[in-house]
Design a protein around this ligand. Structure first.
Ligand SMILES: [Zn+2]
Ligand SMILES: [Zn+2]
Length: 549
């Protein structure tokens, strides 16, 4: 049930003889079918995820944290995997809602909202309440924000590369301080809080502030606000190769569940790229307007039941496939998981795509993300940059920060997405530092970062050469834990292992006690770079993963 190839052409090819009304109808029809396939696939995944989570499958597979497992093996965040499992669990006891979903009457956006509130007693009532209502109205009734619709804003400031390097150092420091893998947005929040506690906030306002979005939601809004459209159910939506993958989920061991979930995801990636391609044409040409949808977000949520965030990501990936061939080929072939594809997105360009794709297949997501972050930091302006040599140290040296040329060009930038409030706070902190020294915004950012860095580095923390060498992070290549670190002897002391640094490695408490010493994870070789890790060790068969580094 794939989209006909003549429709899957680049956006620009819809040129001569293009009739927007015809195209809108045809594309809308295919988009709805693809979105329905996507939704049905999610339910299969949800059922497998539930069986997996119930058994804490990630532990058996040698992962201390669910997030590390899901990112590495499934290509989704832990939150997403848990939410899929929760929806599937709810639907198990809500037969009417379940049937309506399977018949295609309810979209994913609707079922996600309804599953959270309905009970076996009132599900019929909820079903009739949902009928004809918009997703936005349904969310307003329940006071639940629609998926992915939290107010995100973007922070972006062009600056010299030196300041960008400093930013990355302080973000890294924030992660170490918090003992957890903060996102840039969370780090920015911590930096702003530290900076603002130092001085009085100033009254300056940030240039060109964006107005916050406040979507008015009428709980009684119905689909009649859009053009008269066919809203009837989509049949045969389950992709063939997904059918039956959730059979007997509760009898499978975590290794088998892992394999099944990966098979579902592989099938779903074919749906994803087709969805992205058609969506791009549809949104670039603003065809949703012909259907009287006020915005692309509304079309995506109401008509397709997708979150706007997912739609934006699909389109960004789709654009990139035309700018970097090797990336496009791998993405369409399903060789890149969702997380790996998104990790590569900011860095791949035509000349470097093949190398990056190859790297994505060779290293764990944790290392891939480190390499991309490194490349974004050291590259020359926006010039394409290849991955670092395999296994290279990615430490940024202090002296790279100290050289200060007479003339500095803003050839780099600090940029991240965060909730509106965090961006506002971060800007306020920069302004406070800039105003205090009568400096520019760039200098304000630099002063803020230098202040926070000095403040955090000055805090007492026991000095440990092994932890410092391993960058205060568990050394298992798929783990992101930074808390409760232990010093482990690769060759156990009880077996005559020495106390030299090459025999010592940083492990999180889970990987130490329940991984290595419980036989789920095996380590051999010399620290720091010569250790061969086996993760998900099982008797009589190969381990789930074997990694060096
Ligand atoms: Zn140990
Ligand atoms: Zn660990």
């Amino acid at each position: 049930m794939d989209v006909p190839p003549e429709l899957l052409v680049p956006s620009e090819a819809y040129g001569r003889g293009f009739c927007p009304h015809d195209a809108a109808l045809v594309l809308d029809g295919w988009l709805r079918r693809l979105a329905a396939q996507d939704a049905r696939g999610r339910l299969v995944l949800g059922r497998l995820a539930r069986a997996f989570l119930r058994r804490h499958g990630h532990h058996e597979l040698g992962f201390g944290r669910l997030g590390d497992y899901s990112r590495e093996r499934i290509g989704l965040s832990a939150r997403e995997l848990q939410s899929l499992a929760t929806v599937s669990a709810h639907l198990e006891r809500l037969p009417r809602l379940r049937a309506a979903f399977v018949e295609g009457v309810l979209s994913w956006a609707q079922i996600r909202l309804l599953a959270a509130v309905a009970t076996p007693e009132d599900e019929a009532e909820w079903l009739s309440r949902a009928e004809g209502r918009t997703v936005r109205a349904l969310a307003a009734v329940m006071r639940t924000p629609p998926d992915g619709d939290d107010d995100e804003a973007r922070f972006r400031l062009r600056c010299p590369r030196r300041v960008r390097l400093l930013w990355q150092q302080v973000v890294e420091l924030a992660r170490r301080m918090a003992g957890t893998e903060l996102t840039q947005s969370q780090a920015a929040e911590a930096i702003a809080a530290e900076g603002l506690s130092a001085r009085l906030p100033c009254d300056e306002s940030w240039p060109a502030t964006e107005a916050p979005r406040t979507p008015p939601a009428d709980p009684d809004e119905t689909r009649t606000v859009f053009a008269e459209l066919d809203w009837s159910a989509i049949r045969e939506a389950l992709p063939d190769d997904v059918d039956g993958l959730d059979a007997d989920a509760n009898t499978l061991d975590p290794f088998a569940l892992d394999a099944r979930m990966r098979a579902v995801l592989r099938a779903m990636r074919r749906v994803d790229w087709q969805l992205g391609r058609l969506l791009r044409v549809f949104l670039d040409r603003r065809l949703y307007r012909l259907m009287e949808f006020p915005s692309a977000e509304r079309y995506v949520t109401e008509r397709l039941g997708l979150s706007p965030r997912k739609a934006r990501a699909l389109i960004a990936l789709e654009r990139k496939t035309w700018q970097a061939d090797a990336f496009g080929t791998a993405y369409r072939a399903g060789e890149l998981s969702w997380v790996r594809a998104l990790t590569l997105l900011p860095i791949v360009a035509e000349p470097t795509a093949a190398a990056w794709v190859e790297r994505a297949g060779a290293v764990p997501v944790r290392r891939l993300a480190d390499e991309v972050e490194w490349a974004l930091t050291v590259r020359d302006g926006l010039a394409p940059i290849a991955p670092p040599p395999a296994g290279a140290s990615l430490a940024l040296e202090d002296r790279q920060l100290c050289t200060r040329p007479e003339w500095e060009f803003p050839d780099a930038e600090v940029a991240f997405s965060a909730p509106v409030s965090v961006v506002a706070l971060f800007r306020t902190a920069i302004l406070a530092f800039a105003a205090h020294s009568h400096a520019s915004l760039i200098e304000g950012l630099e002063l803020l970062l230098l202040y926070v860095k000095a403040e955090w580095e000055g805090q007492p923390r026991h000095r440990d050469p092994v932890f410092a060498r391993d960058r205060w992070r568990c050394a298992v290549p798929v783990c992101t834990a930074r808390r409760q670190l232990h010093d482990h002897h690769v060759v156990f002391r009880s077996r005559g292992g020495g106390n030299g640094r090459e025999n010592r490695v940083t492990l999180c408490a889970w990987h130490h006690l329940r991984g290595v010493h419980a036989g789920r994870v095996r380590a051999e070789g010399e620290a720091p770079d010569g250790i061969t890790w086996e993760i998900g060790v099982r008797p009589g068969r190969r381990a789930l993963l074997r990694l060096v580094g």
